[in-house]
Design a protein around this ligand. Structure first.
Ligand code: MN
Length: 310
């Protein structure tokens, strides 16, 4: 569907329930809240599904929009959700409309507004909001959260001139970029920083520094007082070392198993290495679970990766 067609459908219907995806991120939450805000502004009844995992990301975004117990939705909209498998915990229903930017979208909804060249779903919702009621400072803040988080504050490879233009438009409309950047990208819990300190000081180096392996043990998590929400993106840390071609993060599950995340610059095929242990993903980022002690897994992986450089 086009923006115009989608806006027409949204003007026609009412009693909206907006669905964020499993393990919600800033894009799904910012997009959902902004759409909810715009629908209310044009006189509709609209709520967000109470995703039980909101607590782990940005609960303050969703709070003003959460559906009350027993809300009888008549039209269901999913945002930033490529597949039905990503319905949030406890949600049973079917989607009337999906607004998304993932090229892998499976067209599970009755109608789909898909714009795969966009870096974030927030940029698509922004066009819809402009069509429905126009941008104001409040909705621009919500959309800024979506766009900035999906681009790692405009540093990931998905950031294009279009993304920056959208962000500029949101700032012109009143988005508080400096304030939001501080909250979203320049503030961490004490536990997260303590955990980072432990991780950064315990990297294992192999192959003249081309391979950097980070082992994250349960003892480290306990020592830092870190919970699951403090562990977001820890797999990005070893890849920051200068000269690293391949970075591995091994998270201990118990004495005999661990979860592995492998990232490469493309010289080593991450998918091939992880496939040895029944995992997979992409050439430059893959994962697997290994049934062995975490430091033993580090040694085994280092040997396999070393063979790939030759
Ligand atoms: Mn997204």
């Amino acid at each position: 569907m086009t923006i115009g067609e989608t806006a027409a459908v949204l003007r026609e219907n009412n009693d909206y329930l907006i669905i964020t995806h499993l393990r919600p991120d800033g894009d799904t939450m910012g997009s959902a809240s902004a759409l909810c805000y715009a629908l209310r502004k044009i006189g509709k009844t609209a709520y967000l599904y109470n995703n039980p995992q909101f607590e782990d990301s940005y609960p303050w975004l969703a709070e003003p929009y959460l559906a009350p117990e027993g809300f009888n939705a008549k039209y269901i909209v999913c945002v930033d959700m490529a597949d039905e498998k990503l319905f949030p915990e406890g949600f049973k229903g079917t989607a009337d409309l999906c607004i998304d930017h993932h090229p892998s979208n499976t067209f599970y909804a009755k109608n789909t507004l898909l714009w795969p060249e966009k870096a974030s779903c927030g940029e698509i919702v922004m066009e819809l909001v402009k069509e429905l009621c126009g941008l104001d400072p409040e909705v621009s803040d919500l959309l800024y959260v979506a766009v900035s988080t999906d681009t790692g504050c405009f540093v990931y490879g998905n950031t294009t001139a279009e993304t920056l233009k959208a962000a500029a438009e949101l700032c012109f409309a009143g988005a508080r970029n400096a304030y939001l950047n501080k909250i979203l990208f320049r503030t961490s819990s004490k536990a997260r920083l303590a955990l980072e300190a432990l991780i950064l000081s315990s990297f294992l180096y192999f192959h003249e520094g081309k391979t950097v392996i980070s082992v994250v043990t349960k003892e480290m998590l306990d020592k830092a007082g870190a919970q699951e929400k403090d562990c977001q993106d820890i797999a990005a840390l070893p890849g920051r070392v200068e000269g690293a071609f391949t970075s591995v993060t091994i998270k201990e599950i118990d004495a005999n198993s661990c979860k592995v995340s492998l990232r490469t610059n493309g010289i080593v095929d991450a998918n091939k290495v992880c496939a040895v242990f029944g995992g997979g993903g992409h050439k430059m980022a893959s994962g697997c679970t290994m049934d062995m002690e975490a430091y033993k897994a580090a040694k085994v992986l280092a040997d396999i990766i070393g063979g790939e450089y030759k």
